[in-house]
Design a protein around this ligand. Structure first.
Ligand code: EPZ
Length: 422
């Protein structure tokens, strides 16, 4: 299995990176293409592993998917009837496969749809009870047998009212996709307003849907009969952008991160300023320069527009070398501190109690052989390696390739001494 070897320390990176399209926007957009009888064209596609997994899932259902990696484009044709079984082998490798529930139900309302119930993952239990309750509010009923959720709506989907008990990103996306072709009007409350959810709403509305905000976290969706053909440019990936900003922070350098709307990182930018970074924002880029002395800070994760849980493992690595005591509170997932054991092996001083981590920053870390366990932990270990003296070997790097496009070359371009081995 592929490994990265990083020779640290990397001091004072100076350069720029072009952020790729957002993986967590691309995946629901691909799932939403099932709702369209005409072609869907996606631009600024990040060809990361999860996108190929979603492509294979769509093809297994009967979609025709053409990709052009050079032009970062994808064309999806859903002219013929889809298969209505989403196999466990695809959902188990990528939880986002659950997003095909909403679009299959939205298009084939009266038929029985079978979607494998995803297992847990390293972040903790990934339940879909709020998704299923949302489908029930639309007059669809579900049952679980042999690990598959069977959903169908005998008399078709009918608009109603549904309030999410807790904010869920893919839950919101699933209910939106199931509602857009339903009869009548559906009101959905306590939705996620992550930029990737807004990107899906914009795509659907630009293709003929009638989705309106009637409150900060409330939508009114008027069902339509059919979509026009859909074309959409995917927004920049805010987690990738933040990850590379932190490359400049941990190496005490400077960076220009391009193709990203700074509004997607409000809370993170505030935290970096408190840390002691100089930041300049433009409409579509973020410039950061790190001052010599950084100050410890406290972070609490929460749904957008709060500090993103996906950015927490990233800032955790940075705070490991900020002298003083910092604290992090993780409020989304039950098991998100997977990077801690690896950073401890590199000499970090981090104590975790329930959902809180206390970090006593060190002057620098030491190289060590590390094993990644999930997508964002991978980048956290990479940051640790940049501040460590010596060569760090990172195994199971495939976790990182699920969500960071062209990872090794983008790091190399910033002056990181990195090579990959098997
Ligand atoms: C999305 O996952 C993202 N994935 C995750 O990114 C991200 O970490 C997460 O949102 C939080 O921002 C995609 O968009 C493909 P949730 P999602 O439903 O939708 C609980 C990455 O790194 N919950 O918002 O699965 C759940 O257990 C990935 O790219 C229920 O209890 O997350 C969790 O504790 C990792 N019942 C919390 O809500 C439900 O029905 C938030 O989960 C749904 C969720």
């Amino acid at each position: 299995m592929q490994k990265f070897l990083i020779r640290g320390p990397t001091k004072g990176v100076k350069g720029f990176i072009n952020v790729s399209g957002a993986k967590n926007s691309c995946l629901p957009l691909m799932a939403a293409s099932i709702l369209f009888k005409k072609n869907v064209i996606l631009k600024n596609v990040p060809f990361v592993k999860d996108v190929f997994t979603m492509k294979n899932l769509l093809v297994s259902l009967g979609s025709k998917v053409k990709i052009d990696e050079k032009r970062k484009m994808m064309e999806i044709k859903n002219t013929k009837q889809h298969k209505l079984v989403v196999p466990y082998k695809l959902v188990s490798t990528m939880r986002a496969g659950v997003l095909t529930m909403g679009s299959l139900l939205g298009r084939y309302q009266r038929k029985s749809i079978f979607v494998a119930k995803g297992g847990g993952c390293s972040l903790g239990i990934r339940d879909i009870n709020y998704h299923l309750a949302g489908f029930e509010s639309l007059n669809a009923f579900n049952s679980l047998s042999n690990g598959y959720v069977k959903i169908s709506s005998k008399s078709g989907l009918i608009g109603n009212i549904y309030k999410f008990p807790k904010v869920t990103v893919t839950g919101t996306e699933n209910i939106i996709m199931a509602s857009v072709l339903a009869r009548g009007i559906h009101v959905v409350k306590n939705i996620s307003i992550e930029p990737e959810v807004i990107d899906l709403i914009n795509f659907l509305n630009n293709s003929g849907a009638k989705i309106k905000f009637i409150g900060k976290r409330s939508l009114k969706i008027i069902g339509i009969r059919e979509f026009t053909n859909g074309t959409h440019k995917i927004i920049g990936d805010r987690i990738e952008a933040f990850s590379y900003l932190c490359v400049a922070v941990i190496t005490k350098g400077e960076i220009l991160v391009k193709n990203i709307n700074p509004k997607f990182l409000d809370s993170e930018i505030k935290a970096l300023k408190k840390l002691g970074c100089l930041i300049k924002l433009n409409k579509n880029s973020i410039y950061l320069k790190t001052k010599k002395k950084l100050r410890p800070i406290n972070i609490k994760t929460s749904p957008f527009p709060g500090f993103a849980t996906d950015n927490m493992p990233i800032i955790l690595a940075v705070l490991s070398i900020v002298i003083g005591k910092s604290q992090i509170e993780e409020n989304i997932f039950s098991n998100r501190f997977m990077a801690v054991p690896e950073l401890l092996r590199m000499g970090a001083n981090i104590k975790v109690k329930k959902n809180k981590a206390t970090i006593i920053g060190q002057k620098s870390l030491k190289s060590a052989d590390c094993i990644s366990s999930d997508l964002r932990t991978t980048f956290s270990i990479i940051l640790g390696a940049l501040s460590a003296n010596g060569e760090t070997e990172i195994s199971r790097i495939y976790h990182g390739l699920r969500g960071y496009y062209n990872l090794k070359n983008k790091l190399k371009k910033l002056g990181v001494r990195i090579k990959s081995t098997v």
